[in-house]
Design a binder for this molecule. Structure first.
Ligand SMILES: [Zn+2]
Length: 260
């Protein structure tokens, strides 16, 4: 992708580190998915293939730009068609969206200056992230501003990045051994049908997720995504398959503030 985009430095014919792209919120849909009339060039989403695409202050991006990410999030490819030429670029990136609770970013913060955004403005701000886009986001976590005591405790007890990376490596190895002989390498890549057929879980394990689906809190796509996250949590814990705890954690990570 980097070669096709003309971004490969001459002294480095191979990209050895997973790419990282963080487009500005003024980015157009074409900048993200690719553009051109006679020669099509991959956009930032394809340049982030097998790496990270980070959209800071996501609600500031235009709706068409955000919605252009839906196709690659679903299929891992971007198909561009023009009058005389068409192309298919891979775009399987890890999408990270960050958003403030409101335009002034002070809502819910324990600071001296309180948020003054009218409630309609606040609601409109977050609703710019459309339902269909958020339906493709596996982990949705609300963060509160940390207190000084929490920051101190974090420095003492939190794992280092190296320790966390070791956990990820072990989980990836567990996933790879389970998926040996299949075309997939990570839980995220397993198609829904295969997930439900080959790795079906007992009904009593998936019950909370099934209930969330039946009550309309989860879409069919969302249900599959909860199951994939639960498998990853099992791989992180060293379990052969997810149990009720992993299903519950996956639901909590997807539906912040959900009713038990
Ligand atoms: Zn505000």
């Amino acid at each position: 992708m980097h070669s096709v985009a003309g971004l490969l430095p001459e002294d480095c014919p191979l990209v050895l580190r997973p790419p990282y792209r963080n487009p500005h919120h003024s980015a157009t849909p074409a900048a993200l998915v690719g553009a051109g009339s006679t020669v099509l060039r991959p956009g930032l989403a394809s340049q982030a293939h097998r790496g990270v695409l980070f959209l800071d202050e996501a609600p500031e991006f235009s709706r068409p730009t955000l919605d252009a990410l839906r196709q690659p999030l679903e299929s891992g490819v971007i198909e561009l068609a023009r009058a005389r030429v068409s192309a298919r670029f891979p775009a399987r990136f890890l999408l990270v969206l960050a958003a403030n609770p409101c335009p002034c970013a002070r809502a819910g913060a324990a600071t001296a200056r309180a948020c003054e955004c009218p409630s309609l403005v606040r609601r409109r701000y977050l609703s710019r992230l459309s339902g269909p886009l958020l339906d493709r986001v596996d982990l949705q976590v609300e963060l509160a501003a940390p207190s000084r005591a929490e920051l101190r405790a974090d420095a003492r007890y939190a794992d280092t990045s190296a320790v966390a990376a070791g956990r990820v490596e072990a989980a990836r190895a567990a996933t790879a051994s389970r998926l040996a002989g299949t075309p997939w390498r990570t839980n995220a890549e397993i198609p829904g049908a295969a997930l439900r057929r080959t790795w079906a879980l007992p009904a009593k394990v998936t019950r909370p997720a099934d209930l969330a689906f039946e009550s309309g809190q989860l879409t069919a796509r969302g249900l599959d995504r909860v199951l994939r996250v639960a498998w990853t949590l099992a791989d992180l814990t060293g379990l052969p398959a997810p149990g009720p705890t992993q299903i519950g954690m996956a639901l909590d990570l997807r539906l912040p503030g959900r009713q038990q």
